[in-house]
Ligand binder design. Structure first.
Ligand code: NIG
Ligand code: FE
Length: 414
């Protein structure tokens, strides 16, 4: 597999290096970003074989080499929360939002998630796959090397399975690292409005067993929030998911102090995501947990929500991950570079904190921190070479500009 061998030399700064034993970065440590100046990386068979300063660059390697002439290199981003399998964009609702309707108002009128679920029935698996693949490619060239993808626009057994099979095909045919999440509990379908329990029974008794049989999902998700699923309903679905081998990873506290964070931690969720409504009690619960608090700046920005108290969370010792939440309703962008800028501009995170949040911490939030998220020997070589930018801070500072020059996935230049 010589095409997956590569020697990168004269790296100005090689960021996020370690010996593979860090699983996440939290609290004050989030402001620390390891880096080696004047460095090389050696990639063999798609994995990082070695790295260090140029004094130790291996000689006599008969493999392709690139001299990056002082540019910065770092791990590709991990986008740990997306909904990129969807049938159509929803800019009609966007106009409603501009005119003043809230996310909940739109959902109540049968818009929002239910609108996507209606359109889902009319789209073929092939079309869904082709559209999602194109989104993945766009994200890749902006520097993303791993993506978590959720179902949740099906809301019936057949349509949820259709979405998950599309994600399985994306896993097979894309060279990005992908994880699949079952989000049957994204909204209560119209026909179950007066019998919520019946829909939850369907998730627990029919959808989850079938997903387990076909091994279609790594994680189970619930939208535990005001107007969506209650804490009790969430607990029931998470228990069923856990029995079927899926670790929870949930939507929580986007619209209210919903108890979502508490129930997520209780069931050892890998992550709890959104977190606009995070108070002292929630921070306390998260502090001793193994759950990654994940903030989705795109959704808060697009919907004009309050912003999660990220500074306070970090000051209180928590880790934070950032992801795009790319979806047609609340965050129609898969651009992690924009998320990096929003981390600094809207949440007052430092550039180093943001890079930790979109590499190692977001790798943890999708359960791939042993294989991605830092530059460590043995990890998969999903790496980006930045354009000739003057400093690390320029990366969030120059928002809206593509600062990624070259993307390398599994050792291969894309
Ligand atoms: O993460 N908050 C819940 N679900 C998505 C929105 C999905 C949609 O509106 O289509 C989110 O923001
Ligand atoms: Fe989401």
């Amino acid at each position: 597999m010589t095409e997956n061998n590569l020697l990168i030399t004269n790296i100005g700064c090689l960021y996020q290096t370690d010996n593979g034993d860090r699983t996440m970065v939290k609290g004050a440590n989030m402001a620390q970003l390891p880096c080696i100046n004047n460095a090389f990386i050696l990639i063999k068979d798609g994995k990082i074989e070695d790295f260090g300063t140029m004094e130790k660059v291996p000689s006599g390697e008969h493999i392709p080499q690139i001299d990056v002439q002082g540019k910065m290199v770092m791990p590709a981003w991990c986008d740990s929360h997306t909904h990129i399998v969807y049938p159509q964009s929803r800019e009609i609702e966007y106009i409603d939002k501009i005119k003043g309707l809230s996310y909940e108002d739109i959902a109540k009128r049968g818009g929002g998630i239910l609108n996507s679920a209606k359109k889902m029935r009319d789209v073929s698996e092939n079309q869904l796959f082709a559209d999602a693949m194109q989104r993945l490619e766009t994200m890749k060239y902006l520097g993303t090397g791993a993506v978590e993808i959720k179902s949740g626009y099906g809301l019936s057994t057949a349509e949820e399975l259709k979405m998950l099979r599309v994600i399985r095909r994306l896993k097979q045919e894309s060279n990005l690292t992908i994880r699949a999440t079952f989000l049957g509990a994204h909204a209560i379908p119209q026909e179950y409005k007066n019998n919520r329990t019946k829909y939850i029974n369907l998730i627990v008794d029919e959808m989850i067993p079938e997903i387990e049989r076909e091994q279609l999902a790594d994680f189970v998700d619930v939208f535990c929030d005001k107007g969506f699923f209650t804490v009790e309903e969430t607990a029931r679905i998470l228990e069923a998911g856990i029995r079927a081998g899926m670790r929870p990873k949930i939507h929580a506290n986007e619209l209210d102090y919903s108890g979502g964070i508490q129930v997520g931690v209780k069931y050892n969720a890998l992550s709890v995501d959104h977190l606009e409504y995070t108070g002292d009690d929630e921070i306390e619960v998260l502090r001793d947990s193994r759950t990654m608090p994940t903030v989705l700046p795109g959704a808060a920005f697009f919907l004009g929500m309050v912003y999660a108290p990220v500074r306070k969370m970090i000051e209180q010792g928590l880790p934070v991950a950032l992801a795009t939440d790319c979806n047609p309703g609340s965050s129609p962008s898969g651009n992690m570079q924009l998320i990096i800028s929003m981390g600094c501009i809207l949440y007052r995170m430092l550039p180093e904190e943001v890079i930790n949040a979109v590499t190692l911490n977001s790798a943890y939030a999708m359960g791939i921190e042993k294989e991605l998220g830092s530059i460590a020997k043995g990890k998969k070589a999903n790496i980006i070479i930045l354009k000739n930018i003057p400093s690390l801070a320029y990366l969030p500072y120059a928002y809206g500009e593509n600062k990624v020059e070259t993307v390398i996935i599994g050792g291969k230049i894309q």
